[in-house]
Design a protein around this ligand. Structure first.
Ligand code: AMP
Ligand code: ZN
Length: 111
């Protein structure tokens, strides 16, 4: 089981900020901004490359949830949503996840 599947299963602890039947959001263990949250599908999808017509409904759902999390976290000044896909992007956990970064003015450098 991958790291994030273990978090979904409750085998590894996490600080949850949102959960429903198909989606989990929790605080990143090594925050890169004052607010740094990871939003994941509970089902294992390896990365953005693994999104298909069969599983993309959960991705749409994640993008409905993200603004609600941002509001809950009072990210009134805005926020950034990032998904690293593959080695060139520095993906370290091979379970699809979307970073929500905010709580301060972020770097203008995206790459
Ligand atoms: P990425 O590098 O885009 O694959 O993002 C993986 C993220 O998972 C990194 O920002 C890590 O800090 C974060 N991470 C790794 N292990 C944990 C964990 N046990 N709980 C919360 N976040 C984690
Ligand atoms: Zn997984």
């Amino acid at each position: 089981m991958c790291l994030f599947c273990k978090i979904v299963a409750g085998e590894i602890p996490s600080t949850k900020v949102y959960e429903d039947e198909t989606v989990l959001a929790f605080r990143d263990i090594a925050p890169m901004a004052p607010t740094h949250i990871l939003v994941i599908p509970k089902a294992h999808i390896p990365s953005v490359d693994g999104i298909t017509a069969e599983n993309s409904a959960v991705v749409a759902h994640i993008f409905e949830i993200i603004p609600a999390i941002a509001a809950q976290e009072h990210l009134v000044g805005g926020y950034r949503v990032v998904s690293n896909c593959g080695p060139d992007a520095g993906q370290t956990v091979n379970h699809l996840h979307f970073h929500i970064l905010g709580g301060a003015e972020l770097s203008t450098q995206m790459a």
